[in-house]
Design a protein around this ligand. Structure first.
Ligand SMILES: Cc1cc2nc3c(=O)[nH]c(=O)nc-3n(C[C@H](O)[C@H](O)[C@H](O)COP(=O)(O)OP(=O)(O)OC[C@H]3O[C@@H](n4cnc5c(N)ncnc54)[C@H](O)[C@@H]3O)c2cc1C
Length: 469
């Protein structure tokens, strides 16, 4: 395989020092334009701060658009968590009871998606998830920032925090050479905690044995004939549970030497488009999303699996005879990397007992959902029915680093808790809170850790966030 692998013996060179263009000075700099970054830009700008959001790609949305993660998972309290045998809904059968637990920035995004004809609103039919069209998501994300009054710079990869006495911006690699954006407060929404790690924050990666959740290269298939698929499931109800299954067909294809996946089932979701599904079935194990050699291998292995799965669909699965791959992710999708150690670390017990905290800034209802780091198997543990867990502001404040707030997938929590709060709606909600906290810190010339949580809660509620169910 002609993939460059990590050198066995590491040698280093010293680079010459360099100067950078100061592109701008701002109150709040948000690094990363995924769900957390969008939430942060919305929150900070609506709290009255001057905001710049900087993103490495030429579009916004993070995993939602770059990695084709569809749908936005349910953010409603649920009555009973189960997948129905023989259901062909193509959406998780979570049976939300109609109580949303996240609004504010997410509410703004979902309205734009639905009004733009790019999403189905959350309802019983969608299991209270929001299936969306990733192209319309890209437009909605720009619309969100434009109307909130947040500025943005694209095509800039943040290589480190810019540190004077404390964090005071970020350094970006761009086609125009190195660029610095100065800021009173930086919000790290890179998913990987890149800014926090470069500023010296302590972090953890993976579970106790070092295993991290696998990566997946997602892809969209078009020309899917649902009636033919439904007829197959009607005859074989034990073979499909709403969004996953096909065990007999997998076995057949494995016996014929045509399928070889390190996961137990086939998983795909419906889309707002009748003839389209989003396939979440590749699994790339023993790889880390902050390692360039692993990422290169993961793209190669992901593409190998996508070709194999797409051929499997056409050959074995009724309804897919004429289906074809419309698009695969611009990037392989990374579930888990750094978890920045904050003033509080959210635990599995917080999630599973739906614990309350005085400094709540976001709610979560998504289950603990661990895709086995070592191969086949997925562990699901639900949040108690009708309830939500609190995420404290302290999870966004890194220990020992000033002028920096973290949001999204990289906030402070254990590996197990992370498998729940990493999903897009919760990432967006922690982003929303991080943006508000950063704006108040900048306006009052205080480090974020000294911002009273009641001030953050008051502003979040003014902006439509939900902090209690
Ligand atoms: C396979 C898979 C399936 C999933 N399924 C679902 C699902 O069905 N529903 C759901 O809600 N969630 C799902 N998730 C979880 C969800 O996609 C992520 O956890 C969520 O997107 C995290 O949001 P974020 O903003 O923290 O990070 P991201 O979405 O990763 O966004 C980070 C952004 O920062 C940018 N960035 C990163 N580093 C830098 C840098 N150094 N400089 C500049 N920009 C940078 C990236 O380009 C990106 O735009 C899934 C995840 C995976 C991997």
């Amino acid at each position: 395989m002609p993939i460059l692998r990590r050198p066995e013996k590491i040698s280093t060179v010293t680079l010459p020092s360099r100067t950078a263009v100061v592109a701008a000075e701002t109150q709040v700099l948000i690094v990363g334009g995924g769900p957390a970054g969008l939430g942060a830009a919305f929150g900070a700008a609506r709290a009255g701060a001057d905001v710049i959001l900087a993103e490495r790609y030429g579009f916004l949305g993070g995993n939602a658009t770059a990695a084709l993660v569809i749908p936005i998972s349910s953010y409603y309290t649920h009555q009973n968590e189960h997948q129905t045998r023989g259901s062909t809904s193509l959406f998780p059968t979570d049976h939300g009871d109609g109580n949303p637990t996240i609004a504010g920035a997410l509410g703004d995004l979902v309205s734009r998606l639905v009004l733009g004809g790019g999403a189905l609103p959350p309802s019983d039919r969608t299991g209270y998830t929001v299936p969306f069209d990733p192209e319309i998501f890209k437009a909605a994300a720009f619309g969100m920032l434009d109307s909130a009054g947040a500025n943005y710079l694209l095509h800039c990869f943040a290589s480190s925090a810019f540190i004077e006495d404390a964090v005071s911006g970020a350094v970006f690699e761009t086609k125009s050479g190195p660029v610095v954006i100065r800021a009173q407060v930086v919000v790290d929404c890179t998913g990987d905690g890149d800014m926090a790690a470069s500023a010296g924050a302590t972090f953890e990666v993976g579970r106790e044995d070092g295993g991290v959740q696998p990566m997946t290269l997602l892809f969209r298939m078009g020309e899917f004939e649902k009636a033919a698929f439904d007829a197959y499931v009607k005859e074989h109800p034990d073979q499909w549970y709403g969004i996953h299954g096909l065990w007999d067909l997998i076995r057949k294809a494995e016996e014929a030497g045509e399928l070889d996946l390190p996961r137990e089932d086939i998983l795909f979701f419906g889309s707002p488009h009748e003839k389209e599904v989003d396939v979440n079935s590749s699994r790339i194990i023993n790889v880390l999303g902050t390692d360039v050699w692993d990422l290169t291998y993961a793209e190669w292995e992901g593409r190998r699996q996508v070709s194999m799965i797409s051929a499997f669909f056409r050959r074995y699965v009724p309804g897919f005879e004429k289906a074809y791959t419309i698009q695969s992710g611009t990037t392989v999708c990374v579930r888990e990397t750094r978890r920045i150690l904050g003033e509080y670390q959210l635990t599995a017990d917080d999630v599973l007992e739906a614990r309350k905290h005085d400094d709540v800034i976001a709610l979560g209802t998504y289950p603990i959902d661990e895709h086995n780091p070592k191969g086949k198997g997925t562990m699901l543990k639900p949040v108690p029915a009708g309830r939500a867990y609190d995420i404290p502001l302290r999870c966004l404040i890194p220990k020992g680093v000033e002028n920096l707030v973290v949001a999204g997938r990289c906030i402070s929590g254990t590996h197990e808790a992370n498998t729940s709060y990493r999903v897009m709606p919760i990432s967006m909600a922690t982003g929303h809170a991080a943006g508000v906290c950063a704006a108040i810190a900048a306006r009052t010339f205080r480090p974020p850790r000294q911002v009273p949580f009641k001030d953050v809660q008051k502003e979040l509620i003014r902006q439509g966030a939900i902090l209690e169910v």
